[in-house]
Design a protein around this ligand. Structure first.
Ligand code: THU
Length: 132
């Protein structure tokens, strides 16, 4: 799976977003070491704090199916599904990813003008907390 296909999978997942409160739709696609791709979207709730982010939806789907090794994550998002800026993973999602992904894990962001930003989890979450 190349970067372009992973981003495409995230864009497709975004179409499933349930975001009636914020209107902000997010899609994520998580590439496993074995080549499998787990996708996720944000799932909002009338009790706002119950909302699930797209990245954690994808991560929890993967881990709950026994997959724990990952190489990359693509994230796209925007109001009404218009991706006019990069959709950066929130702090909670960065922390959740750090449980299973190392500092060289790649995060790919995309926006509608075709720009791709590639960074690592180490850049997004320096000084990661570990119980070691
Ligand atoms: N959201 C995500 O899905 N991922 C993030 O990393 C940040 C925020 C969602 C949650 C909520 O449904 C909407 O974006 C607005 O915060």
């Amino acid at each position: 799976m190349n970067d372009h296909s992973l981003i495409q999978a995230a864009k497709n997942a975004m179409t499933h977003a349930w975001a009636p409160y914020s209107g902000f739709m997010v899609g994520a696609a998580l590439l496993a070491q074995d080549g499998r791709v787990f996708t996720g979207c944000n799932i909002e709730n009338a009790s706002f704090s119950v909302t699930a982010c797209a990245e954690r939806t994808a991560l929890f789907k993967a881990v709950s199916e026994g997959c724990r090794s990952f190489t990359a994550l693509a994230v796209v998002g925007g109001k009404g599904g218009v991706c006019d800026d990069f959709a950066w993973p929130c702090g909670a999602c960065r922390q959740a990813l750090s449980e299973f992904c190392g500092e060289s894990f790649r995060v790919l962001l995309w926006k509608d003008d075709g720009t791709v930003k590639i960074c690592t989890l180490g850049e997004l979450l320096p000084g990661t907390f570990h119980l070691k």
